[in-house]
Design a protein around this ligand. Structure first.
Ligand SMILES: C[S@@+](CC[C@H](N)C(=O)[O-])C[C@H]1O[C@@H](n2cnc3c(N)ncnc32)[C@H](O)[C@@H]1O
Length: 169
């Protein structure tokens, strides 16, 4: 994206919502250009944080279990692209992108497919079905090996996997 195409007004609107803590209330992605503008700016900083975290995981000898990867609250999809840059697209069998915004899921899936030709990338939860058990915070159905990326390094998704052989980073 060229610097001139960035929608600075949209970024300012989002920044205000992030700083005022109102961004959780409603979906703030209004257009594909919002996502492209975010991806070219704010998301880059998130990507640098992921690069650090992933490098540190490797330094400590961790590698992801082979299987599907879920990018939870994917936004423009910078987290999963950082993961795939680091471990390589062959480290996963499929990328699943989940967000309350369908615009965001579509954008992130498209960007991932463009960057990693041949990668299977889908919007939605796919095989990561939500458990109906409400006795504690709802969980994701355990089963196959998989890794889950929450919407910020160190933060866990609201719906967490339980009793499963997965990795959440
Ligand atoms: C600040 S953005 C972060 C996007 C991306 N993970 C990143 O690090 O750049 C937070 C994302 O979480 C999504 N989101 C907020 N609440 C959500 C929810 N309850 N379920 C799924 N996604 C949610 C928003 O739509 C937004 O795309």
């Amino acid at each position: 994206m060229s610097w001139n195409a960035i929608d600075w007004k949209a970024l300012e609107r989002m920044r205000v919502a992030f700083l005022q803590g109102t961004s959780g209330a409603t979906d703030y992605w209004q257009s594909e250009n919002d996502l492209a503008s975010y991806d070219a700016t704010f998301a880059q900083r998130i990507g640098w944080k992921w690069d650090y975290v992933l490098h540190e995981l490797t330094r400590r000898g961790w590698s992801p279990p082979r299987g599907e990867l879920l990018d939870w609250g994917c936004g423009s999809g910078i987290a999963s692209r950082a993961f795939l840059d680091h471990f390589g697209p062959s480290s996963i069998s499929k990328l699943q992108l989940w967000d309350r915004s369908s615009l965001a899921m579509q954008f992130a899936a498209k960007r991932a497919r463009e960057k990693y030709p041949g990668l299977e990338a889908s919007a939605g939860l796919g095989g990561f079905a939500v458990s109906s058990d409400q006795s504690e915070s709802a969980g994701l159905r355990p089963g196959r090996h998989r890794a889950i990326l929450p919407d910020a390094p160190g933060r866990r998704p609201a719906l967490r996997p339980r009793r499963c052989s997965s990795a959440t980073c």
